[in-house]
Design a protein around this ligand. Structure first.
Ligand code: HEC
Length: 136
């Protein structure tokens, strides 16, 4: 009886490689679910909506719930709590969000997003509002 068989000792490494790949994929998704739970200490979403209007963020961004914020100069901020990265570089966490809102030019010199003089308190409120987007 001659049946073609994989040489002994091959199947185990293949199994491990498969498990490792599955683990990596599952880990990648975990990043997203963590950022979806992001909470901003001290942030007030209602004041954040007010700040988004007064800084004129809607001149460049589409922001659900903010009247007139329909622009597409920068990326739309829809479903913000589900995004993995800020400006394609920083993991989307509350701390990084505060840094980005206050000094985008320091984080990404030359980015089209201007440093608008957003105060720490306003950045917290704005973040609280933006992280409320995309939660169901
Ligand atoms: C002059 C236009 C402009 C204004 C005004 C502006 N932004 Fe931006 N914003 C941009 C651009 C362009 C980017 C993309 C930056 C990059 O990737 O380098 C960006 C990126 C962002 C991001 C990350 C988006 C992503 O998908 O990664 C957030 C969050 C953000 N802006 C929030 C704000 C808030 C809040 C305000 C108001 C305080 C604001 N922006 C004002 C142009 C603007």
């Amino acid at each position: 009886m001659m049946r073609p068989r994989m040489p002994r000792g091959w199947s185990a490494p293949l199994l491990w490689a498969g498990l490792l790949l599955a683990g990596l994929l599952a880990g990648g998704c975990g990043v997203g679910s963590r950022s979806a739970l992001a909470a901003v200490p001290g942030g007030d979403a209602e004041r954040g909506a007010e700040a988004l209007r007064s800084y004129g963020c809607g001149a460049c961004h589409t922001i659900p719930g903010i009247a007139g914020a329909n622009a597409l100069v920068g990326p739309p901020l829809t479903d913000w709590s589900k995004r993995h990265y800020i400006a394609g570089t920083l993991p989307n966490t509350p701390e990084n969000m505060l840094r980005w809102l206050q000094s985008p030019q320091a984080i990404r010199p030359g980015t089209a997003m201007p440093t608008l003089g957003v105060t720490e308190e306003d950045a917290r409120d704005i973040s609280a509002y933006l992280y409320s987007l995309g939660r169901n």
